[in-house]
Design a protein around this ligand. Structure first.
Ligand SMILES: Nc1ncnc2c1ncn2[C@@H]1O[C@H](COP(=O)(O)OP(=O)(O)OP(=O)(O)O)[C@@H](O)[C@H]1O
Ligand SMILES: [Mg+2]
Length: 488
């Protein structure tokens, strides 16, 4: 064997990296991810849509010193397999470069940390000329020449990005400034949606002097938005949380509300899951092909929070705009919301879809509509399982999931059908008092487990009150209520 280093040829690779498929909006969103990860509270965008458009993105985040900025400019500045901080929106060590240069030929980054300023630039024409990965660095005097660089003077730390030579925009149009303005409008809409949770928590994004208002796709401030039961499940020890909402009926939506949810025409197409990585919206308006986007569900939207530690499971792409969810996550998500949203009679009246059930009861077996018929699955949210799951380690949790899945798969449908038809199923004949005593003792044993494992007592009592079989006996729910009152 012999070894021989094979370094990529800069002019070809840097040009190819421009074709990852970013849109103008998704490229700018990728740059804002960096600002947010750097804990910026205010991001200022200044666009000059003249014949040679340019764009400044300035943030008051933690900034970078010279060596950090040099590393940040490197393609592949960090390893995608590295564990990231919980609130880091990055993954590949590419976004800053690949997003910017997907739209334009020149990226200038000037950063300030501990009062010191430094600057570097990737200039595609310079790389072509030098035929190597040659960065340009700037002296203080050169830095002062950049438009709006005074923004950086006003802060202790922050980062300034200047994008120019927008060749991709120039290519397809006869009217550059008009096209650039259109890109800016789309960008504002896009940022308002994908960062709506950050904006609602106080992040300011100002574009040419106007602050972007968040576009909350669930209209949480609207009094008629219905919040359905929240649920969660664990994948490889990480928690995925689902919050289903039903938007108010069309008649209750003002024009402003409609704009927020994407307009009347988009209501139907934008129903579905809204998947967030940290609090940044990645994919929205899809049921992942597990449900049709029909008229009946058009008001249903489900917020799904997936931590960045699960990136490896959902093959997230460099643009953070598409991702394929593994089957297990999709199915769990679907099952978790089926009862509360998709079959909900509060959104629509549609007969024959599911048996009439009480809204406030947690059934152990759930009847789930799948594409061709129904499936019976065990509800993972019942307290009997949840308390066990909370006390298991990852390995055991996976084992439990496997056992439940096996039980579900082996459900003796045909035998049950035959026996039920022949009247062969024996009904348990116990009098009420006996059953209540038996169930109460059972419950005590389970609550003992809750206590011994430091789980939340009142929370579990509340869950048990709503779940089968306990919820079927008034005597039991009353006793649970008395127990709860002792703790409150
Ligand atoms: N606005 C900024 N403020 C502070 N640091 C920044 C800023 N932008 C980039 N950086 C630093 O530069 C690094 C490289 O950024 P880049 O966007 O290329 O990759 P990433 O964010 O690590 O991953 P991804 O490719 O998934 O975006 C970041 O990890 C961060 O340390
Ligand atoms: Mg990034």
């Amino acid at each position: 064997m012999f070894e021989q280093e094979c370094v990529p040829f800069a002019p070809s690779l840097i040009e190819s990296m421009r074709s990852l498929g970013y849109s103008f909006s998704s490229a700018i969103a990728d740059l804002l991810d960096n600002s947010i990860s750097a804990r910026a509270r205010k991001i200022t965008i200044v666009a000059e849509p003249d014949l040679n458009p340019s764009l400044v993105i300035f943030d008051d985040g933690r900034g970078m010193n010279q060596s950090e900025l040099y590393e940040a400019m490197r393609y592949g500045s960090s390893n995608p397999l590295e564990e990231r901080e919980d609130d880091d929106l990055g993954r590949f060590g590419l976004g800053l470069k690949s997003a910017s240069l997907s739209q334009c030929r020149r990226l200038v980054v000037i950063s300030k940390k501990e009062g010191r300023v430094c600057g570097y630039s990737w200039d595609l024409d310079y790389v072509m000329e030098k035929k190597s990965w040659m960065l340009k660095g700037f002296t203080d005097g050169e830095i002062d020449e950049y438009p709006h660089i005074e923004l950086l003077n006003a802060v202790e730390h922050g980062t300034y990005i200047y994008l120019s030579e927008f060749d991709r925009i120039k290519e397809g149009t006869g009217n550059i400034s008009e096209t650039f303005n259109k890109c800016l409008d789309d960008m504002i809409n896009h940022l308002a949606l994908v960062f709506h949770r950050y904006i609602d928590e106080g992040l300011k994004i100002v574009v040419n002097g106007a602050e972007i208002e968040s576009r909350d796709p669930f209209l949480l401030n609207h009094s008629a938005t219905q919040r359905k039961r929240e649920s969660s499940f664990h994948i490889n020890g990480e928690k995925i949380v689902l919050k289903p909402y039903i938007l108010p009926h069309l008649s209750k939506l003002s024009q402003d509300d409609l704009d927020k949810v994407g307009g009347k025409e988009r209501l139907r197409s934008d129903q579905g899951f809204y998947v967030y990585r940290n609090k940044r919206l990645i994919i929205w308006g899809t049921w992942f092909r597990l449900e049709r986007k029909d008229e009946l569900n058009k008001l249903a939207r489900v917020m799904v929070d997936i931590p960045n530690s699960l990136d490896y499971m959902w093959s997230i792409d460099i643009k953070k705009s598409t991702a394929t969810l593994p089957d297990i996550i999709r199915r769990n998500m679907y099952n978790a919301v089926y009862e509360s949203v998709l079959s909900s009679e509060s959104v629509h009246t549609y007969r024959g879809r599911k048996e009439k059930k009480k809204e406030d009861v947690d059934y152990i077996w759930e009847r789930i509509k799948v594409r061709e018929g129904y499936e019976y699955v065990i509800n993972r949210q019942i307290p009997q399982l949840k308390m066990l799951e909370e006390t298991l380690d990852d390995e055991q949790r996976k084992m439990l999931e496997r056992i439940i899945a096996t039980l579900e798969e082996s459900f003796p449908v045909s035998a049950l059908y035959v026996d039920a038809a022949k009247g062969n199923i024996e009904e348990k004949k116990q009098n009420n008092a006996e059953v209540v005593d038996y169930l109460w003792n059972e419950l005590q044993v389970q609550m003992e487990y809750v206590k011994n494992n430091d789980l939340h007592l009142v929370e579990y009592y509340n869950m048990f009150m709503k779940v089968e079989p306990y919820c079927n006996y008034k005597e039991i729910t009353q006793r649970i209520q008395e127990e709860i009152e002792k703790y409150e």
